[in-house]
Ligand binder design. Structure first.
Ligand code: SAM
Ligand code: GLN
Length: 290
């Protein structure tokens, strides 16, 4: 049972989270305390040092959150927020929690777009909570951004995150969406489901709380859905348009090979995540024969 003294309550939380194998017990405990008190994480540290006392309602709310986190419910589902580049996205049950490696993938498209003229079109295929599309709209205000998503649960979160940024959200399948808009996009970006169907994610947060539809790539090599995304990207992009897609490290060579085999792509490049692993591939649409 936690204490009313904030420092003691945090120590209790860290020890409980650590005991169930959560690898980031200190930040998680501080962020849950911050959420309980409606304060920033930095302010929690100041309050802790000043001997702040929780009232009984705060003690019970904090205890509930920490016990839920100890059940491996994702931290972001408990706080309702996920940081992504310069944004704080709203997330919850039914939404894939955006990952740091995807911030790098979004950054590749954002860097490409920085010098582009106004009014060009960008689409994020399988937008989930809207993380990639939202960041592009936020950081490249002269882009016209569209996001496509099939899951009604994810769509509800995407709507909340994307409508304030003026992103057009389309409910549909990324294999067929945006019919009639072929050859009109300057950039197609995607973090599709790509985990091989037989591979089970180690983290319980992922295995039990990220939607299956967000995770599994639909075939043994996990590339069935990424292939569909690559094909649709080739159709949606204008000549010379830019494509970037996240994938697993072991899929880098396969993705490059698939792109190279179609004749639709040039300048195929593998990109590394922050830990140096090959986690994304970009390519330019070749010019169509006329
Ligand atoms: N782009 C988000 C991100 O990076 O945080 C979500 C990525 S999640 C790995 C993949 C997303 O693709 C999920 O939101 C899932 O619902 C969506 N998805 C899966 N199959 C789809 C399909 N056939 N058409 C459209 N979206 C699909
Ligand atoms: N990177 C995610 C994970 O390891 C997988 C996401 C995906 O399939 N796009 O859980």
């Amino acid at each position: 049972m936690p204490e009313t003294d904030l420092a003691a309550a945090l120590a209790w939380a860290v020890s409980l989270l650590d005991s169930v194998g959560i690898t980031t017990p200190q930040p998680d405990a501080e962020l849950l305390a911050a959420h309980t008190l409606g304060e920033s994480r930095g302010r929690i540290n100041a309050l802790k040092l000043s001997g702040f006392q929780l009232d009984s309602e705060q003690v019970s709310r904090f205890e509930d959150l920490v016990r839920e986190r100890a059940q491996r419910i994702p931290l972001q589902h408990l706080t309702g927020k996920a940081p992504f580049r310069f944004l704080e996205l709203e997330v919850g049950p039914g939404a894939f929690v955006p990952r740091p490696e995807t911030e790098v993938v979004a950054g590749i498209a954002i860097d490409y777009l920085m010098d582009a003229p106004a009014g060009f079109k960008v689409v994020d295929l399988g937008t989930g909570s809207g993380a990639i599309a939202a960041s592009i709209a936020d950081e490249v205000p002269h882009a016209e951004v569209t996001a496509v998503e099939l899951s009604p649960y994810a769509l509800a979160w995407a709507e909340r995150n994307l409508s304030p940024l003026g992103v057009r959200l389309i409910a549909g399948d990324f294999g067929t969406a945006l019919e009639g808009e072929e050859a009109s996009f300057a950039v197609v970006i995607s973090n599709p489901p790509y985990i091989p169907v037989g591979a089970v994610p180690q983290d319980e947060e992922v295995r039990l709380h990220d939607p299956e539809m967000a995770l599994y790539g639909g075939s043994e090599d996990g590339l069935k859905f990424p292939r569909i995304v690559m094909e649709r990207a080739a159709a949606l992009l204008e000549d010379d348009g830019f494509f970037v897609m996240e994938h697993a490290e072991v899929q880098a060579a396969g993705v490059a090979r698939i792109l190279a085999s179609t004749g639709n792509w040039r300048d195929i490049q593998t990109h590394q995540d922050l830990t140096g692993r090959d986690r994304a591939t970009s390519a330019r649409r070749t010019t169509r024969a006329r």
